[in-house]
Design a protein around this ligand. Structure first.
Ligand SMILES: NC(=O)c1ccc[n+]([C@@H]2O[C@H](COP(=O)([O-])OP(=O)(O)OC[C@H]3O[C@@H](n4cnc5c(N)ncnc54)[C@H](OP(=O)(O)O)[C@@H]3O)[C@@H](O)[C@H]2O)c1
Length: 282
């Protein structure tokens, strides 16, 4: 099985090590890529193709793991050379993935979404897939991946990812705001104790990591919420839901993260809540 990676960053390097170990032949191209990407590809010991087009011609599975901004360009670049199945794992909207897949001339396309952080979870990270070739893509489970097919329709996997983002980032924003107010009354630790007793056992640890991470990446999170908002507003435009339904939680979450990013400049993740909230107070 030949597996090609367009883009060789965190996703491709993590998956390729495991895929190789499980017996797959892994390829990438480093033509015009940064030193960092070239170094990663060499360190992982994958086969190097002279360019993306020749890789597209020899890959049974071709995975696009570039950046959200490049997802359309790369599909356009390789579209007419793809012989196998083309999978997009970039964080883009259902509308954009449908547009990207329009460039893949053989029509063997899969929309996929990585549900979690690949650095932390490795090969077992949950990947959901949709599209008429999603079942074939899930054959990579034989090599240790954790792919779950949810629909034959392109765009459903990206939609699920957006909805998951709406939930996880919404919860992070509510936690951050509630703990900030509690901190002003010296009640943040007490609030965590109360929540811990009714939520899951590792609630304290996971919420602290969530809050610190959210504050540190507040700008990116506000941009991601803008994408989710566009996706939901598009559903209203397409009359999938009634136009009176306003995605107000998503809108507020995005605005909250924007406010945090504008009012708190963090050079590193804060060590504790005190450090974080003193910065926000200033
Ligand atoms: N990391 C995660 O846990 C995770 C989770 C969910 C989804 N995703 C999605 O998966 C995709 C990849 O994520 P990542 O974390 O692996 O990103 P990354 O570490 O930033 O790597 C991106 C890679 O794409 C390359 N690239 C950029 N433009 C390209 C182009 N036009 N042609 C070929 N290669 C190009 C970059 O090369 P240069 O170094 O030369 O720029 C780099 O090797 C992203 O769209 C992200 O949204 C990631």
């Amino acid at each position: 099985m030949n597996v090609g990676f367009l883009g060789f960053g965190e996703v491709a390097s993590t998956l390729s090590v495991w895929l190789k170990e499980a017996g797959a032949d892994v390829y990438t191209s480093i033509e015009n890529r940064s030193n960092k990407t070239q170094g990663l590809a060499k360190d992982c010991g994958v086969n190097i193709c002279s360019d993306n087009k020749s890789m597209a011609e020899i890959s049974d599975i071709l995975i696009s793991a570039v950046t959200p901004a490049e997802a359309l360009n790369i599909a356009k670049e390789v579209g007419k050379y793809v012989k196998g199945i083309y999978i997009d794992v970039n964080n883009i909207s259902p509308k954009t993935v449908n547009e990207a897949m329009g460039y893949i001339e053989n029509g063997k396309t899969v929309d996929a979404a990585i549900m979690g952080g690949i650095e932390k979870e490795g090969i077992r990270v949950q990947i959901v897939a949709s599209g008429s070739y999603a079942e074939q893509f899930s054959n990579l489970n034989q090599y240790g991946l954790n792919i779950r097919v949810i629909s034959p329709d392109l765009g459903k996997a990206k939609a699920l990812k957006m909805l998951r983002s709406s939930y996880t980032k919404g919860v992070s924003a509510v936690l951050l705001e509630s703990l900030f107010f509690a901190h002003q009354l010296d009640l943040d630790q007490e609030l965590l104790k109360c929540l811990e007793s009714t939520e899951c056992p590792d609630f304290r640890e996971s919420s602290l990591s969530r809050v610190k991470n959210s504050a540190y990446h507040a700008e990116r999170k506000s941009q991601e919420m803008e994408e989710v908002l566009k996706f939901m507003n598009n559903m209203r435009k397409l009359e999938v839901i009634h136009e009176d339904e306003h995605p107000c939680m998503v809108k507020s979450t995005g605005e909250y993260f924007k406010y945090i990013s504008e009012n708190m400049k963090l050079d590193k993740k804060p060590d504790n809540l005190k450090e974080l909230f003193e910065l926000l107070k200033d």
